[in-house]
Design a protein around this ligand. Structure first.
Ligand code: SAM
Length: 297
């Protein structure tokens, strides 16, 4: 099921706040390409994203890039206990202050760059992360959440779910299976200790301004334990080295992380002449364990 086109934010709101198109005009929020600003103005769509996140009334929510506040409003309207939102564009703050006033004590906006400002350690649990991510920092943030140092092996995951808008091609890379064209680093990291699925696709027409490509909402839930043991940081390094040079054999590409890639492959039971797209999740975790052992010896 996909979301094709909504009312463009002109329709009446369901929350007593002005329609988003009026908010954008009143606060002079012309979208900036440099900040990845493709706004969602249709409350049917933002409501659907909030519902995809799961139950909210017993959860806090972290949102990255609230912009004029469309998704923020949907999350609060759906009953989120509290939303903490990190926004880099100071022009959006006055519009968001109106949302905060409408939902007293339930919206905190932090001005800053989400790549530098990580409020997760201080946020109340259970915590869901829900965002229409800026495309230029989306995969970096996603990778960080999956390999967060506050989520070492055996510890509970800091978030109960991730519900995130990505370009559709990125969503396909996150949910790809071994052997698929899109199988790569994002699929390995997201499937190692979580389950990721595409909830629905979103037409470019649903955004203002419309991007060139389709998007998709990805919903990720953590597993109780990883599918295979490995250190998150080391798995991240192995996949970066292997897929960063995906045409090369592992004995070549893994030189970036190990002085002896042949011994690494032997210890992991992996052919050194293999290319990364032929390896499954278990093989990457075996390589990560072998690299941890090599470093420890
Ligand atoms: N949530 C809004 C919506 O759905 O209409 C806006 C989404 S828009 C795709 C991305 C938002 O992220 C923009 O508001 C932009 O200013 C903000 N943004 C861009 N880079 C950021 C960063 N590094 N840290 C925090 N926010 C950022």
């Amino acid at each position: 099921m996909s979301f094709e086109e909504g009312d463009g934010g002109r329709g009446p709101s369901n929350d007593g706040l002005p329609p988003l198109r009026e908010v954008i005009a009143a606060h002079d929020l012309a979208a900036k390409k440099s900040l990845g600003q493709n706004f969602l103005l249709d409350l049917n769509l933002t409501g659907r994203i909030a519902r995809t996140a799961g139950s909210l009334d017993d959860h806090d929510v972290l949102e990255i890039g609230p912009g004029p506040g469309g998704l923020t409003r949907a999350l609060l309207h759906a009953g989120a206990r509290k939303v903490t939102a990190v926004e880099r564009d100071s022009r959006c703050l006055s519009a968001l202050a109106e949302v905060a006033a409408h939902y007293p004590g339930r919206l905190e906006v932090l001005e800053g760059d989400a790549l530098k400002l990580n409020p997760i350690p201080g946020l109340r649990r259970p915590l869901r992360i829900c965002a229409n991510l800026p495309y230029n920092v989306g995969t970096e943030l996603f990778t960080r959440w999956l390999t967060d140092p506050v989520w070492p092996e055996g510890a509970p995951c800091p978030w109960a779910s991730l519900t995130l808008m990505f370009q559709r091609e990125v969503a396909e890379r996150i949910t790809a299976q071994p052997g698929d064209n899109h199988w790569g680093r994002l699929a390995v990291l997201s499937q190692w200790r979580s389950t990721a699925r595409i909830a629905f696709e979103v037409s470019p027409k649903a955004f203002t301004p419309p991007p060139k490509v389709w998007s998709a909402i990805v919903h990720v839930t953590p597993l109780d334990a990883p599918r295979f043991p490995a250190e998150a940081k080391v798995l991240s390094q192995i996949t970066q080295a292997a897929f960063g040079q995906r045409r090369k054999m592992l004995r070549q590409s893994l030189k970036q992380v190990s002085p002896d890639p042949m011994a690494l492959c032997a210890a992991a039971g992996v052919e050194p002449t293999a290319r990364p797209e032929t390896l499954d999740l278990g093989a990457f975790c075996a390589l990560a364990r072998a690299l941890s052992d090599q470093r420890a010896s």
